[in-house]
Structure formats: structure tokens, C-alpha cells
Design a binder for this molecule. Structure first.
Ligand code: R5P
Length: 302
């Protein structure tokens, strides 16, 4: 039997998302087996090799995942895979793009080069790039493509029947790109705040014009929810200003279950997220968006 020319392999924690992408591409899927030994080391077993393998792994909670990804990519190369394309809907370590204090590792550059050494192409969703202008700057040789889930979040809010007087609110200047991309197709008003971060879970937010939220529904939009501090504080401000509802729409929901409880306690009604990171709030599937990006990358690599 001849080996398939193109397959998709994914790790157990996001097998449903990986299967959906394989289905959108109409290619075979197989699950990579990964288990931890008592000493913390990982054993990884990949599926049958193909000429081109799409490797699916979202890199939230990344440290062990990165090592397992390296083992899987190396095993696939050893078995004869010619091309490896990583689909990492959440791409880790993108925030530290400079040495803010002497001696700090610039993780964006280091992890970018590490992944670049493993793969020929990489696709991600809304990477947290600020001073770095494009994903291509992070990956020296691999074809790197970043797509945005903002359009899908807007479509989700539209399908939910969001009211025409709703305001899309961003907690800080960095969120403006997502806020505007979500609000524009819906023709909604926008407010964007500013944030001072004193610690991982200690933020102060100001939202100029917040008085406009009185008596209106609001939706907080951001790329990432991690500790939940940013959106909890924003929700408290919107409730205090008289917003009739506060929903949340985010691309990457990284927060563990207590973060959802924290958001609710701060006055958030519904939380919507893309399925870049498996979470009970996932309402938006990225598979069609990722499938288009995979096709583009494969065309470029041909
Ligand atoms: C920051 O620039 C990001 O866009 C998010 O606002 C931030 O990562 C959220 O983090 P947390 O949920 O820990 O406040």
C-alpha cells in the first residue's frame, strides 16, 4: 500500500479540533500517542508517515508540549516525512519580544528559532505580536502565516442577535485591532480603554467615554484571556457605568475554570471563545479558517 501524500496528526488534548481541520481538508487524521513517565519524561509515538504531515498542536501551557512536539517532528522526519507544517492555533512565548530587564531571555526569538528548526511551515491564529511587525520575523526560514479569528467572532455575535445599540469594548490599546475588526462588520460603536499592569494579576483600567455604556449592552473583545484580571476589571467598570449586559468574546481562552468564575463574579454574562484552546466557552470553530491557511501554505511550499 502506498503511503498517503498528506495527512494530519494531532495530540490527544485537542484531537476533536484537529479532526475538524482534517475533515475540512478531507485528509486522513491520526492521533499521536503521548504519555508521561513517572520521572516526567515523555514518550511520543507518531502515526504512519506521509510525504507531507500537518502537525496540529496548540501551544498553550507549552513547556511539555514543546518537547513532545520536537520528539514528534523528529520521529516523522526520521520516518521519511519531507515536509512538516505546524498548525499551532495558539502560539506560545510570543509576548516576550525584548529584554525588558537585564538577563531576560527573549523567548519570542528563541522559541521561534527552535520551532523553525523543526518545521517547514507554521500557521497560527492572532499571535500576540506587538513590537514585532510580522510572524515572518519570528521564523527565519519556515513559511509563517497568521490568520485572524476576528471575522468569525463577529459572525458569532451577529448570529447571537447582538442588539444594534451594543458597544464593542476593548480593555487596552493592544486590543484595538480586534475590537475594530469585530465592530466594523456589525456597524457597532467602539470604546477602547487603557491599561496599567502592576503585576500578573494586578491591572488598572480606564475606559474613556465609558458613560456611553449606560443602558446599553456591551461586549468586551480581546485576543487572550489568561488570568482574567484584564476583562474582570473591565467588566466591573462597565457594570458600574450602567451597562445592561457585559458579554466577552475572545480568541484564546487560556484561563482555567476559576477564571470563568472570576469573570462571572465581575458581572460578565456570556463568554465566547474560539477553539484554539479547548475550553467550555468555545463557540467558534477555526477549522475552515485554518484549512484555507493550510492550502495556501502548501501551495507556497510546492
Ligand atoms: C494583553 O496585551 C492581552 O491582549 C490581554 O489583555 C492579556 O493577555 C490578558 O491577560 P489577563 O487575562 O491575565 O489579564
Amino acid at each position: 500500500m502506498t503511503a498517503a501524500a498528506l495527512t494530519l496528526q494531532g495530540f490527544p488534548e485537542s484531537a476533536p479540533q484537529a479532526r475538524r481541520l482534517a475533515a475540512a481538508l478531507t485528509i486522513p487524521f491520526s492521533e499521536i500517542a503521548a504519555r508521561r513517565f513517572p520521572d516526567g519524561e515523555s514518550l511520543v509515538r507518531v502515526g504512519d508517515v506521509a510525504d507531507t504531515v500537518i502537525l496540529y498542536r496548540s501551544l498553550n501551557d507549552p513547556n511539555t508540549k514543546l518537547v513532545e512536539l520536537m520528539l514528534a517532528a523528529s520521529a516523522l522526519r526520521d520516518a521519511g516525512a519531507r515536509r512538516l507544517v505546524l498548525v499551532a492555533p495558539y502560539l506560545c512565548y510570543m509576548r516576550q519580544d525584548a529584554e525588558f530587564h537585564a538577563g531576560e531571555a527573549v523567548s519570542q526569538r528563541i522559541i521561534g528559532r527552535f520551532l523553525d528548526s523543526l518545521i517547514d511551515g507554521v500557521i497560527t491564529v492572532d499571535p500576540h505580536l506587538h513590537r514585532t511587525r510580522s510572524l515572518a520575523a519570528v521564523f527565519p526560514t519556515a513559511r509563517a502565516v497568521a490568520v485572524s479569528a476576528a471575522g468569525l467572532l463577529a459572525a458569532r455575535l451577529h448570529d447571537k442577535g447582538l442588539a444594534g445599540d451594543a458597544i464593542i469594548v476593548g480593555p487596552d490599546s493592544e486590543s484595538r485591532q480586534w475590537v475594530e475588526a469585530v465592530a466594523a462588520p456589525l456597524g457597532l460603536d467602539v470604546l477602547v480603554g487603557s491599561k496599567l499592569r502592576a503585576g500578573d494579576r494586578d491591572v488598572t483600567i480606564e475606559i474613556p467615554g465609558i458613560e456611553q455604556a449606560a443602558g446599553r449592552p456591551t461586549v468586551l473583545v480581546d485576543d487572550v484571556i489568561s488570568s482574567g484580571a484584564t476583562l474582570s476589571e473591565s467588566a466591573r467598570l462597565l457594570r458600574a457605568a450602567g451597562a445592561t449586559s457585559v458579554d466577552v468574546a475572545a480568541v484564546h481562552m487560556l484561563g482555567p475554570p476559576p477564571v470563568l468564575a472570576m469573570l462571572k463574579a465581575a458581572g460578565v454574562d456570556a463568554v465566547e471563545s474560539a477553539d484554539s484552546v479547548p475550553h467550555e466557552t468555545n463557540t467558534v470553530t477555526l477549522a475552515p479558517l485554518l484549512a484555507d491557511a493550510v492550502r495556501d501554505v502548501l501551495d507556497d511550499l510546492d
